[in-house]
Design a protein around this ligand. Structure first.
Ligand SMILES: [Fe+2]
Length: 135
């Protein structure tokens, strides 16, 4: 069973963003599976590396539109994205250490962060993105 399943209430209603959120969700599930199957540190590291890269692409998609059209809560949203990015990079670095053990707590953190971010922070930009015709 995946750690996190996609449910309708995770949709923000913009095809590209929903698609990107699903990719992030898949990556968290993939990392969870890798942990459960006790795959090696290298395998975990590869998934986290991809997640770091993809999160950056996704955050850029949202931020670019916010900056371009002057979203009033941009600064705050950016701080939240940056803090996640820093944590993901920390995790990536920790995985370089052979002694580091990836815990379920970290997986739960990633899952909770994504869900709370989509349902809390991202949801707030829906009216603005609609108004400014995000595609
Ligand atoms: Fe966001």
């Amino acid at each position: 069973m995946p750690l996190l399943e996609w449910t309708e209430d995770l949709n923000v209603g913009f095809e590209l963003i929903d698609k990107q959120h699903k990719v992030l969700l898949d990556m968290i599930n993939e990392l969870y599976d890798a942990l459960m199957e006790i795959r090696g540190q290298e395998a975990l590291k590869k998934i986290v590396n991809r997640m770091v890269e993809y999160a950056a692409i996704h955050f850029m998609t949202e931020e670019k539109h916010m900056v371009e059209y002057g979203y009033e809560d941009y600064e705050n949203h950016k701080i939240i994205h940056d803090s996640f990015s820093r944590k993901a990079v920390d995790l990536k670095n920790q995985l370089s250490d052979d002694g580091f053990v990836l815990s379920l707590d970290v997986l739960n953190f990633l899952r909770d962060w994504l869900v709370e971010h989509i349902q809390g922070t991202d949801r707030k930009y829906i009216p603005f993105f609609k108004e400014t015709n995000f595609k």
